[in-house]
Design a protein around this ligand. Structure first.
Ligand SMILES: [Zn+2]
Length: 446
């Protein structure tokens, strides 16, 4: 279990480890040791404790791998409490402020709140895409978590989309692609590998077929992950069918986008042929259960899972609590199936939030489970609280009644980024005030 020569940097003892590793499962009264940013020891306390520089005895806590929030637009905290009731994504909706309306300073302030909230709720990796990616990436990187960022890339003139007009402009596409590649040159692999840059191709209806081919070729040449919205709406499906005769998934296949580097978010309006396409190509489906359910829709996650598609989980424009999101994923899959089955249990949605996301971003060998040798990206929940007791089934209790605000500590590479539910590296009060001010200014101008 352990082969360390020198004292560990940190040892957590007395915890219940929900490892997500099939070989280990759930370990009660566990000791988790960290050395050089890696998990160096994972064993029951009864097996004996290795020497450590710092030991934290934490009985009554659950420890999980860090959550991977595979698709997020942190700046869209600006439409919180409103957009979910308008029936469609904010970018397509008139009368609400857009990311393009924000100044870089406003985007920075809003993104910091969105990402701080995700981190406080246990996300150790977020895929965050929108306009002003350069400014927001710089601001959120300070918080210390893993950020896989990208510019929102499209060649449609988005200013006309809320009015129902899809007009493509090669200049817009070229500019956004150039910004993406610049961001990739400057940031990919930065901060000891905590930062990565993805190609955030917006959607099959907002990128023309020729532009999709260009994006696929650039992403392939650089080995970039591509994070897109796929089959998010009937509007998208009808637009793509009318102009190409294809379903959105078939268009992505035709333009070279469908492969194991693609994270396809939503997958709401996919038929059996589309699902077979996604499975064949090794695409990762990023599920957005809370946004979708709030819009009155369910993604066919049972069919995607049955076809062998890897499923990841995200919060998109909703608030960044992956614990709550696991619960929505479980409930909505069961609504889709019409009952409770062995295929949809707490362990399945926990996998989506951890290892499924790690696979989607290409990091399953380093993160996603509590396993000796992997990065010490982990979350400590205070499970002494009334709603988390009794602990008859720790994982079932976490998924069904846990909340992001039960998080006590978060680490990335063994570095403590959340302690006692606070951010030692940032002034949370200031983050909230600045985001409030930015949102107020944006709504006043909208
Ligand atoms: Zn999105």
């Amino acid at each position: 279990m352990t082969s360390v020569q020198h004292p560990l940097d940190l040892l957590l003892t007395g915890v219940t480890a929900i490892t997500g590793d099939p070989a280990t499962g759930i370990m009660e009264d566990a000791a988790i040791g960290i050395s050089d940013g890696r998990i160096a020891h994972l064993a029951p306390v009864s097996a004996g404790l290795p020497a450590a520089e710092r030991t934290l005895h934490r009985p009554g806590r659950l420890v999980t791998p860090g959550f991977v929030n595979a698709h997020l637009h942190a700046v869209l905290v600006m439409v919180r409490g409103v957009a979910a009731d308008l029936g469609f994504a904010p970018s397509y909706t008139p009368g609400v402020p857009k990311g393009t309306d924000a100044t870089p300073e406003e985007a920075r302030a809003l993104a910091r709140l969105g990402v701080a909230e995700a981190l406080l709720s246990g996300s150790t990796l977020v895929c965050d895409h929108f306009v002003h990616a350069e400014a927001t990436l710089e601001a959120v990187a300070e918080l210390g978590l893993r950020v896989h960022a990208g510019w929102r890339v499209h060649d449609v003139d988005f200013a006309r989309v809320p009015q129902g007009e899809w007009r493509f402009d090669a200049g817009i596409g070229e500019d956004l692609l150039r910004r993406t590649l610049d961001l990739h040159d400057r940031w990919h692999g930065a901060l000891n590998g905590r930062i990565a840059v993805q190609m955030a191709a917006h959607a099959p209806d907002t990128c023309s077929p020729g532009f999709l081919r260009t994006l696929a070729a650039e992403a392939s040449a650089r080995g970039m992950r591509v994070n897109t919205h796929l089959a998010q709406s009937r509007v998208e499906v009808e637009r793509v069918r009318a102009s190409t005769g294809l379903s959105p998934a078939a268009l992505l296949e035709e333009t070279g986008m469908l492969n194991e580097r693609l994270l396809a978010t939503h997958c709401l309006y996919v038929d059996d042929d589309d699902i077979a396409r996604l499975a064949r190509a090794g695409v990762h489906a990023v599920h957005v259960p809370k946004c979708n359910a709030a819009s009155g829709r369910l993604a066919p996650t049972p069919a995607l899972k049955a076809a062998g598609v890897n499923l990841a989980l995200c919060t998109d424009t909703q608030h960044g609590d992956m614990v709550e999101t696991m619960r929505w994923a479980l409930a909505t899959a069961r609504i889709g199936q019409g009952g409770v089955s062995a295929d949809w249990q707490p362990a399945d949605v926990f996998r989506m939030a951890t290892l499924g996301g790690a696979e989607a971003v290409g990091m399953a060998d380093r993160i996603g489970t509590l396993t000796v040798g992997k990065c010490a990206d982990l979350v400590v929940f205070d499970s002494r609280r009334p709603h988390l007791r009794p602990q008859t089934n720790p994982l079932g209790t976490l998924v069904h009644t846990g909340q992001g605000r039960d998080v006590e500590m978060v680490m990335v590479d063994g570095e403590v980024l959340v302690e006692d539910g606070r951010l030692p590296r940032a002034d949370l009060e200031r983050i909230c005030i600045e985001a409030d001010e930015a949102a107020r200014a944006l709504w006043a101008r909208a």
